[in-house]
Design a protein around this ligand. Structure first.
Ligand code: PRX
Length: 635
């Protein structure tokens, strides 16, 4: 087997050479990268695709198991090296260093627990757990026996959890009694119980004891620690086809219910590991920390799979940046001598608001590489990160990608390619991004602004939306035929660097979380006193964007009470992250003659850019614009 290091770019020259190879002959390029992994059977052909269907198959006919590549293959050369370094919520609780060997053993055992409870290849398992090592164990155990994991972020409400369980017809739920988050203890099992009232596909629930709080256990609900005692130590990894489903992960769409993005085994494995090593330039002995939650794609690809496939030490943090103090992130960097720190701009902006002494009192000298993900990073945040955390010596990788792309698509390679503040810069090796005008023509050359599109498949592109291939086709492949359309706008500078300018659809990125406005409107409209609503994003100093809901009430008595009810309803149905910052009670909403809400006008109002509202005379109800500006009530 070849060593992947041979194909990692260590200089600008390497990057240019590898990039050219990857574009001029993608199949022979990716075949070489794939050859650095363990396959039970080699593929027959590297790629078959059709943008019209759309269908993408990588390493066709190849057989493998990704958990074998994350664990078993490291047992010879790094069995005792730490795979997962766990930092608990409470700094007084001991951190845990779980070696590759121990992780392998724990995954094998839990794989047998799954099997013992009747889980078979292809069954869907919902994982609703705190950020504890057992979450990683659960993910890898599913992968090991060929079950499809669907991790649901443990901050989601019972309604959101039920919707996700039902959509993918999960057979099992893995959860915990509770979870620690800062000074709060969240009753995870209780939320799961609420969800399960509306789910009828779950046969068994396995509950991890984390907080020790009292929970109700039904006859089909079992304790994790009891189940572990009943099984054998060893579990052979199940042979999977390269295109078999590895996991489903839900992401918001601009309309309708969340989309269960489906990722498959072979391509996802090759791409996440390859990008991890290139972007972060991870070297043996480094301690890499991505602060995301495994409930999001960043955690899947760059806490679990990418790092473990690469034999790295990956940190898992259970808590929040503000507990017990606003120096927690920096104290963890000091304590574990973190070399690679990967976080979201929202966290950077929030922490930058606090006295600099929080940073200065921690020794950050171990840091070598900083990363940013999830939303555009503004210049002030970039500079603060660079000056105070990186001390102007750590390259910052601004990584643009999505749940749908599986891995990083645009980013500089740490210390290898040029970085430019607020720019994600260059395509990853193998990625062919273009800018399109609104008619779908490619904008050739630099200094352009348009819609971002990708014109050639890459190994970890999501293969479908679970149960709804038509929607997959419509959302990503129909607006600009022949391209993958991610829904972001971008510009390109004179040197070919890309800068993401933001969403071009009705998705708003709030604190790095992807939120569709339509599903939030649906919840607001379900309140008996609401006639109609429109939710839009507006710029927010810390969160990047915040939500503002314009709401027409049937009866404006008791506005304050109703507004609180609306906020609670959103929080309960979707989750606290979807709660609008401002609810504005309005007498009407600006509409086109065909009845479509003119969100552009609402966005201008929300960002106080009233002078640039433009011509409203063609509206169905132009008078409403002034009424909103002068006569409405904010809450
Ligand atoms: O709008 C882009 C923004 O986040 C969206 C994807 O969200 P999600 O699927 O939740 O995945 C987030 C983590 C990969 C993108 O369409 N986004 C992500 N990274 C960046 C970004 N916007 C600007 N710069 C980034 N680095």
């Amino acid at each position: 087997m070849e060593n992947i290091n041979k194909y990692i770019a260590r200089s600008l020259e390497d990057y240019n050479k590898l990039y050219n190879q990857s574009v001029s002959n993608p199949e022979s390029f990716w075949e070489k990268i794939a050859s650095t992994f363990v396959w039970r059977k080699k593929w027959n052909n590297v790629l078959s695709f059709d943008f019209k269907k759309p269908e993408f198959k990588w390493f066709v006919g190849g057989k493998l198991n990704i958990s074998e590549n994350c664990l078993d293959r490291h047992l010879l050369d790094r069995a005792d090296q730490t795979a997962i370094l766990f930092e608990p919520n409470d700094p007084k609780e001991k951190s845990q260093e779980i070696s590759y060997k121990e992780l392998y053993q724990r995954v094998c055992k839990f794989s047998n627990v799954l099997k013992n409870n009747n889980i078979k290849k292809g069954d869907r398992v919902c994982i609703y757990m705190p950020m504890v090592p057992e979450l990683t164990v659960a993910v890898l155990a599913c992968a090991r026996i060929g079950a499809v994991h669907s991790v649901v972020f443990a901050g989601f409400s019972s309604t959101a959890l039920a919707a996700r369980i039902n959509d993918s017809e999960c057979k099992m739920l893995l959860t915990a009694d509770g979870s620690f988050r800062g000074n709060k203890t969240i009753a995870l099992k209780e939320i799961a119980d609420q969800a399960l009232i509306n789910c009828n596909t779950i046969d068994t629930t396995i509950v991890l004891k984390r907080t020790g709080q009292k929970v109700l256990m039904n006859s089909n609900e079992k304790w994790w620690h009891d189940e572990i005692l009943k099984v054998d130590e060893l579990c052979d990894a199940t042979e999977m086809d390269s295109e078999d489903m590895l996991f489903i992960l839900y992401t918001s769409g601009s309309t309708g219910k969340p989309k269960g993005m489906v990722h498959s085994c072979g391509g996802y494995m090759v791409y996440t590991a390859y990008t991890f090593l290139n972007v972060f330039q991870y070297n043996p002995g480094d301690v890499y920390w991505c602060t995301a939650d495994i409930g999001w794609v960043t955690g899947h690809s760059y806490i679990v799979y990418g790092p473990l496939l690469s034999g790295a030490t990956s940190v898992m943090f259970e808590g929040v940046p503000s507990y017990p103090n606003f120096d927690r992130f920096w104290k963890i960097c000091e304590k574990h001598k973190i070399t690679h720190f990967y976080t979201a701009p929202t966290a950077i902006r929030a922490l930058a608001k606090h006295p600099i002494s929080y940073v200065e009192n921690s020794d950050l000298s171990s840091l070598k590489v900083l990363g940013s993900v999830g939303e555009p990073i503004n210049k002030e945040a970039w500079n603060w990160y660079n000056d105070n955390i990186g001390h102007n010596k750590c390259p910052i990788v601004d990584t643009w990608w999505q749940t749908e792309t599986g891995g990083i698509m645009l980013s500089s390679l740490a210390g290898v390619t040029m970085q430019k503040p607020t720019y994600a810069t260059k395509p990853m090796i193998g990625i062919q991004p273009v800018l399109l005008d609104l008619e779908g023509n490619e904008l050739i050359g630099s200094d352009n602004e348009g819609v971002l599109a990708i014109k050639f498949p890459w190994p970890s592109i999501a293969r479908t939306i679970y149960g709804d291939h038509d929607r997959y086709k419509n959302v990503y492949f129909s607006t600009y035929p022949g391209y993958y359309f991610p829904g972001d706008g971008a510009l390109i500078d004179s040197k070919g660097n890309f800068r993401i300018t933001g969403r071009v659809d009705d998705v708003v990125i709030v604190s790095g979380h992807n939120l569709g406005t339509a599903p939030i409107e649906d919840v607001i409209n379900s309140h008996p006193n609401v006639a109609e609503s429109a939710v839009i994003g507006f710029p927010h100093e810390i969160k990047g964007n915040a939500l503002r809901a314009f709401v027409i009430l049937n009866d404006e008595n008791n506005c304050k009470e109703i507004v609180n009810e609306i906020k609670n309803l959103v929080s309960k149905t979707i989750g606290p992250i979807a709660k609008p910052d401002i609810i504005q009670i309005v007498p009407g909403l600006p509409k086109t003659r065909s009845g479509k809400i003119m969100r552009r006008i609402l966005r201008k109002i929300a960002s106080n850019d009233i002078d640039n509202i433009g011509d409203v005379s063609t509206l169905l109800n132009p008078e409403v614009v002034d009424l909103i500006i002068i006569g409405s009530k904010d809450f």
